[in-house]
Design a protein around this ligand. Structure first.
Ligand code: ATR
Length: 303
């Protein structure tokens, strides 16, 4: 931990609950490796106190903060400006304080994209991307995949009406200027391994991404949402769940001979992009991943 002085820039995360956040060890390791005087603090902020906490970012001239559950949507109404991608995603996880003007960003989805391109070496452009889930995390990743020029995005959800609703939103995203007018086709299917439409989507997908919490510790010992016999070796299977690192889905994917991308990378890259927004400097992702692994082992031994 770096010495705290009058030059120290305090950043951190607003969350409720805050006990389980892995961001402080990850971000402080990054600042230490970068040799810059920043300290990252977890703040327990209840929903009713969010407006005052955001006001404190201005009053204390903080460089910025992260916000997480349950504040990612509510915080949008408290900021001066929302970055276009964050607006399409409908959630903010990073606030930048630009001389008292508070700007909301979303680094979760760009974090996933960087994990995909840098760790798996896969570009979504022209690919068929199959997304499991239609909640907040699915929406963020799906928007990013459309903006990155995916050829076809299929949303598979247990409640199919929510998948269809997300597709309607993605249609608007695909038609927006930000998509560079690249044409992305959209479809929704039930998330059901017995369903022929779902099976067909799995058979033709290039990239499959689980955005649901199915398989997350401590309920990790469950059947995978997609059984190994539906998976084909050409498929890249990604899971945003990172506890355990090898989820039930990733194990099935390995069994089927698929390449896999665990969720830890997305967590590291979303933090790296936040640091890059606040400092204007490149963040040391390898150091951050190592710090995350250490913190995870300490928090959940055996995971
Ligand atoms: P998040 O912000 O993490 O995405 P969310 O918005 O509550 O969380 O969305 C949770 C997603 O996980 C939903 O798509 C949900 O499916 P439903 O819309 O049918 O509820 C999905 N999900 C949660 N538990 C699931 C389960 N056991 N099987 C399949 N999907 C599940």
């Amino acid at each position: 931990m770096m010495e705290i002085t009058s030059r120290t820039q305090v950043v951190g995360v607003f969350a409720d609950p805050v006990e389980h956040t892995l961001s402080p060890p990850m971000q402080n390791a990054a600042f230490g490796a970068m040799g810059i005087p920043y300290a990252y603090v977890p703040w327990h902020v209840k929903a009713a106190d969010l407006p005052a906490a955001v006001e404190a970012v201005r009053a204390l001239s903080l460089a910025g903060v992260n916000v997480t559950i349950p504040h990612k949507v509510a915080v949008m109404g408290l900021l001066d400006e929302i970055a276009p991608i964050a607006r399409l995603i409908g959630a903010v996880n990073t606030i930048e304080n630009r001389s008292g003007r508070l700007i909301g960003h979303n680094t979760d989805a760009p974090g996933f994209l960087r994990s995909l391109t840098e760790e798996a070496g896969v570009e979504p452009a022209s690919q068929h991307v199959l997304i499991l889930g239609a909640g907040g995390a699915a929406r963020a990743i799906a928007v990013q995949m459309v903006l990155a020029g995916a050829r076809l995005v299929t949303v598979a959800n247990r409640t199919e009406s929510k998948a269809a609703e997300l597709c309607r939103h993605l249609q608007d995203v695909a038609g927006s200027e930000l998509s560079g007018n690249r044409f992305t086709q959209l479809s929704s299917v039930p998330l059901d391994a017995q369903d022929p439409e779902f099976q067909a989507a799995v058979a033709t997908a290039d990239i499959l991404i689980n955005t649901t919490a199915v398989g997350m510790y401590p309920k990790h010992d469950v059947p995978p949402l997609v059984p190994a016999d539906l998976l084909r070796p050409k498929l890249l299977v990604c899971d945003i769940v990172y506890t355990p690192q090898r989820t039930t889905l990733l194990k099935a994917a390995e069994q089927a001979g698929c390449r896999t991308l665990p969720g830890l990378g997305m967590l590291a890259y979303q933090g790296a992009i936040a640091i890059e927004i606040w400092t204007g400097r490149k963040a040391p992702v390898a150091v951050m991943k190592e710090a995350l692994l250490g913190a995870l082992k300490q928090r959940d031994p055996g995971v």
